[in-house]
Design a protein around this ligand. Structure first.
Ligand code: NOJ
Length: 746
């Protein structure tokens, strides 16, 4: 037979195979729909309402489960108890509908990975996915089948404590990594014992809390909502996420939990999402505090009409649905639909067929390969911000003074949201450095017992150790409790007397490496002047110590890049790379530092441009920034053509060379600017990135692609369009990339 004949048969077989696959999927889906309908037919109103109620774990739920009055429990993690409760649901309730057990599994379960913001600094979707897969395996081994993650709220404000839980400020990076998290949690099939349902939260805009104060109102113009805040959620839907959570915030006066626009129009109509939505804790009820509804009955009504299927923790649904139906304020159809969507996910999860967690599969934690993955994630998350005189990596002969309030804190290095995290598994920098460099080479003194210590009693001992050493490694930052939900800060300097201690240590004349473990970008601009090298380690999780030791020793060459802009001072916030240009953009030539302005200088003598006279216009470090022990040079940027139609793909190619002394991994970033729009456009937008591994001296030609359709934005009519016109494109190692070219779209 001729080659074309084989190809033809191959194509036919592939077609038959894929239609069988598709049939199987549709059958499964329609089979599930049939089962759901059959159940709904049999359910009493009380049982329907039960499915819409999620209660907090603890004692006293047996009877309610038996009566079908609970659809979900959060915060139960004992497999024996979960099996027991599930047995009541399946065998003792009238219709045998399983409960779904939920937990905040945010960055690992027992094995703790870096905080999400740290994971985002890896720019490594495969690794992020693997971390969530591992978290799902550990959590599901207790019977937990649903996590309230990923949190994909765009965060442009380091004061907001929950920036720790976010993937940073960029819609594209958050979309890619958020989708990876969804895939990791949910696995290849939800039906797998080790899969847990993911939850895209908080829909929407919660990260824009005014002033960075948690729970605060948000004011997000419709276009910005569509172009900046919503894309990661759309990406989560495309990745198959099966649940959403509403936010605590109101947007321009409408609490997200009561927003028909968000949950009906965008999520269900536009995006065709057919999973279900859970409220945030008490968020229906909190609409009373918002002043959006008068009482609990109205709270339930507005949330249900908005499309929030399940109420977390409070009981406005349980207490009011019946009356609302009686009064005709709600239609039974809306209740049936809410229940239908919940049951569908329970079937997809296999909870009806496979509800129990077998004894031999229970509590499978912290396997060697999990710890190894957590170490990799921690290594890749750490960002080298400064390395004067190539101080790092350290030489094995150097004696190290290890100082600082975070250097030996098994618990604090784990970060926020570690309900189940096991700090006895943590390996701290002290232990890891001793292992790596030898006990005799590491002289330890914490100097301060916690990050907030406000006296200098420990300074003497710390200085003594520093004097006896060749180099100081100061591991500071903020304790876990200083970031996360409800832990916003108005001043984001290093807390306590850390700055004083660093200055004292520097007086010894020894080179100083500042390692920061924190849940947010801290304003370390001034204090890093006292440091010869700076490593931003976020809260790195269980394996933070060994990851840091590998970086200090040079076993791992840092590759992390900032997923968020680092301001110099808190007053610059909000500061983000993808801002608008303004009519009077900053001008480096006319910016004059406040103290250099001549006395009685005439009003306009320094120009009128957009900057701060005391803090300038630049951040401390831009989005995407991160150094390596080696250097990379980008050159020869070309694109396949200069004129594109809207259905085409821009193929970019460039040369990159490792010009330093170490092998390394560089994260190349591609940015685009739409030069003229019918509304003004950001000065740069990340559109693609690639991890490139290069040995020292090696060079490589790299190609990257951007679909022209990915240049779309919402225009003045709020239509999503790619406008014809000229675009600029950059390639480089951070958002200040300078190697650029132009193209046009017809
Ligand atoms: C409130 C938080 O906002 C949400 O993210 C979390 O999942 C729930 N509490 C449950 O703990």
């Amino acid at each position: 037979m001729r080659k074309s004949g084989y190809i033809f048969i191959g194509v036919v077989l592939l077609f038959i195979y894929s239609s069988c696959q598709m049939n199987e999927q549709t059958n499964n889906a329609s089979e599930i729909d049939n089962k759901v309908e059959a159940l709904i037919q049999q359910m009493t109103l009380d049982e329907k309402i039960g499915q819409m109620c999620q209660v907090n774990g603890g004692q006293g739920h047996d009877e309610s489960i038996r009566n079908g009055a609970i659809g979900s429990i959060l915060n139960e993690v004992d497999p024996v108890n979960i099996n027991r409760l599930q047995k009541i649901a399946l065998e003792e309730s009238r219709l045998g509908i399983p409960i779904i057990v939920a937990r905040d599994v945010i960055h690992g379960f027992k094995t703790v990975f870096p905080i999400p913001l740290g994971q985002a600094a890896t720019w490594n979707p495969e690794l992020v996915q693997e971390g969530c897969r591992i978290a799902a395996k550990e959590a599901s081994s207790t019977g937990v089948k649903w996590t309230f993650a990923p949190m994909i709220d765009i965060s442009r404000d380091a004061r907001w404590g929950r920036i720790a839980e976010s993937l940073g400020e960029d819609p594209y990076l958050t979309s890619v990594l958020g989708a990876a998290m969804v895939k990791g949690f949910q696995g290849d099939s939800l039906n797998d014992q080790t899969s847990i349902v993911a939850c895209a939260k908080h829909f929407a805009g919660y990260g824009a809390a005014e002033g960075g104060r948690d729970y605060n109102s948000t004011l997000i113009p419709p276009r910005e909502l569509r172009d900046i805040y919503l894309p990661p959620f759309k990406a989560a839907v495309d990745a198959g996420v099966r649940t959403f959570m509403s936010g605590f915030n109101d947007i321009d006066g409408v609490p997200s939990t009561g927003s028909e626009f968000l949950f009906r129009q965008v999520l269900r109509e536009e995006w065709q999402f057919d999973g279900f939505v859970v409220s945030d804790w008490a968020s229906p009820w909190e609409m009373i505090n918002h002043g959006f509804v008068a009482d609990e009955k109205e709270a339930a009504k507005r949330s249900i009409i908005a499309g929030v299927n399940m109420e977390m923790a409070t009981t406005t649904y349980r207490d009011n649905i019946k009356a609302l139906l009686d009064e005709g304020a709600l239609d039974i159809k809306i209740i049936d639909q809410a229940v239908r969507e919940i049951l569908r996910v329970k079937f997809e999860l296999g909870l009806f067929d496979n509800p129990y967690i077998a004894e031999e599969s229970q509590n499978q934690f912290a396997k060697a390969e999990y710890l190894e993955a957590a170490k990799q994630a921690a290594s890749q998350s750490m960002v080298l911000l400064k390395n004067d005189e190539k101080l790092l990596p350290l030489k094995s002969t150097q004696k190290i003074a290890l100082i600082g309030p975070m250097a030996n804190q098994a618990y604090e290095q784990l970060g926020t949201w570690i309900f189940d995290g096991d700090s006895t598994l943590s390996i701290t920098p002290l232990t890891a450095l001793q292992n790596e460099f030898g006990k005799d080479k590491v002289l330890f003194a914490e100097g301060m017992s916690i990050s907030r210590t406000r006296h200098n009693k420990g300074f003497r001992q710390a200085i003594k150790q520093a004097k006896k050493s060749d180099v100081i490694v100061f591991v500071g930052g903020e304790e876990s409790i200083l970031s996360g939900e409800a832990h916003s800060r108005a001043n984001i300097d290093l807390p306590g007397v850390q700055n004083d201690l660093i200055k004292e240590l520097k007086k010894t004349g020894k080179p100083l490496i500042l390692v920061v473990m924190a849940g947010r970008p801290l304003t370390i601009g001034e204090i890093s002047k006292y440091a010869d090298a700076v490593i931003y380690a976020w809260h790195p999780g269980t394996m933070g110590g060994p990851a840091l030791a590998d970086i200090l020793s040079g076993k791992y060459n840092p590759s992390g890049k900032l997923p968020v802009t680092f301001p110099k001072v808190v007053g610059q916030i909000p500061m983000y790379y993808n801002h608008k240009n303004t009519g009077r953009p900053a001008n480096p030539d006319s910016w004059t530092q406040m103290y250099d302005i001549p006395v009685k200088a005439p009003q306009t003598s320094l120009g009128n441009e957009s900057h701060y006279i005391d803090a300038g216009y630049e951040p401390l470090y831009p989005f995407g920034y991160g150094l390596s022990y080696t250097t990379y040079e980008y050159s020869e940027l070309t694109i396949n053509k200069t004129n594109f139609n809207r259905d085409e793909t821009i193929e970019v190619s460039f040369n990159i060379e490792n010009t330093g002394e170490f092998d390394g991994v560089e994260i190349a970033q591609l940015y685009v600017r739409d030069l003229v729009g019918n509304v003004s456009r950001p000065v740069k937008e990340l559109k693609a990135f690639k991890r490139i591994s290069l040995q020292k001296g090696e060079q490589s030609t790299i190609s990257m692609e951007v679909k022209v359709s990915d240049l779309a934005f919402h225009n003045i009519e709020m239509e999503k369009v790619v406008e014809a016109g000229e675009f600029q494109l950059w390639i480089g190692g951070d958002s200040n990339a300078t190697l650029s070219t132009k193209f046009t779209v017809n």
